[in-house]
Design a protein around this ligand. Structure first.
Ligand code: NAI
Length: 305
């Protein structure tokens, strides 16, 4: 048995009724994992509920000979998050990995964003990731093993317009992942992030009225949801036992290791600084190292390959 097999492992994937999560669930099951397919069946903005979406993915896995069970609860609910983990234990007897993938968008420029738009996105992404991860933690601790994989976004890592709620939540998830990796390393538990690029319904509503827009959408369509699955399968497997506290990105056939915050430049003055000496010496020295006001497409400025 190679270390990549997920035979006998039980994996909970949130938001797995469509998009990236569906492909993750199918790929995990194809490697032998027994999968809890969670999905509320909400719209992109998080409204409504449709339990048949998770069940459809379970049906697909079962008809391919795999094992899966559907869960239609919301990750944004502490008790429901615990029920997901209980379902894994009741149905399959254990839990080995959690993939926090459920997500919604409520885009609005910061100066117009409402408290409800802020809360809804923080609830699903940041609170949901905490709730589901926390529900699995006692089991991971008791069995001295477990893998967390969390979906982050370049919207948080780099920046994007109109996504203050989403980018704050997604960068919060990066810090949460690092905290889990630190706190649970002594129990053999790992925690990593993936920043996916994929043409899902989340970015599939871009208009195609002009040739430029059509060309843009054709480029985006090269980044398919199934490209994300191999890295997630690897990270859930025992082959990744040395890999924790990392942030990866996947875009079509490219995989990136993303940097983490460290000091870039420093200046020291044994007499301390004044606003004036900061203006005169610190800022001119640091300015060449300042980051530009960039968005994700400014950094990933070549076509997906
Ligand atoms: P998607 O909209 O196709 O899938 C998200 C799923 O989460 C949906 O099936 C939805 O019903 C489910 N969901 C929403 N709220 C839920 C809740 N409270 N509880 C349980 N399930 C819930 O979107 P996609 O693109 O597949 O996104 C998956 C993840 O990847 C998200 O976390 C997203 O933020 C992240 N991501 C996606 C990118 C992309 O290019 N598609 C870029 C960066 C990050």
């Amino acid at each position: 048995m190679n270390g990549m097999s997920l035979q006998d492992k039980v994996v909970l994937v949130t938001g797995a009724g469509g998009g990236i999560g569906r492909d993750l669930a199918i790929a995990l099951a194809a490697q032998g994992a027994r999968v809890v397919v969670n999905d509320l069946g909400a719209s992109v903005t998080g409204e409504g509920q449709d339990r048949s979406r998770a069940q459809a993915v379970v049906d697909e896995i079962q008809s391919a000979g795999g094992e899966a069970t559907a869960n239609g609860d919301s990750v944004a609910d502490w008790a429901a998050a615990h029920r997901m983990v209980e379902q894994a234990l009741d149905t399959f007897g254990r839990i080995d990995a959690v993939i926090n993938n459920a997500g919604i968008l409520r885009d609005r420029f910061f100066h117009n964003m409402s408290a409800d738009e802020w809360r809804a996105v923080i609830d699903v992404h940041l609170n949901g990731t905490f709730f589901v991860s926390r529900a699995a933690a006692p089991h991971f601790k008791a069995q001295q093993s477990g893998a967390y994989i969390h979906m982050t976004s370049t919207s948080g890592l780099i920046g994007n317009y109109g996504q203050a709620n989403y980018s704050a939540a997604k960068l919060g998830i990066v810090a949460l992942s690092k905290s889990i990796a630190l706190d649970m390393a002594k129990f053999g538990v790992r925690s990593n992030c993936i920043s996916p690029f994929a043409y899902s319904r989340m970015i599939g509503s871009i208009p195609t009225d002009t040739p430029d827009q059509q060309a843009r959408v054709e480029r985006l369509q090269r980044m398919q949801t199934h490209h994300i699955a191999p890295l997630a399968v690897y990270l859930a497997s025992d082959a990744a036992r040395e890999v924790t506290a990392q942030i990866f990105a996947v875009r079509a056939n490219e995989i990136f290791l993303i940097s983490q915050n460290r000091p870039v430049r420093s200046l020291h003055n044994s007499n301390g600084w004044t606003p004036q000496t900061i203006a005169e010496r610190v800022i001119p020295a640091m300015k060449p190292s300042f980051y530009k006001l960039e968005r994700s497409p400014d950094v990933f400025d070549w076509d997906p390959v």
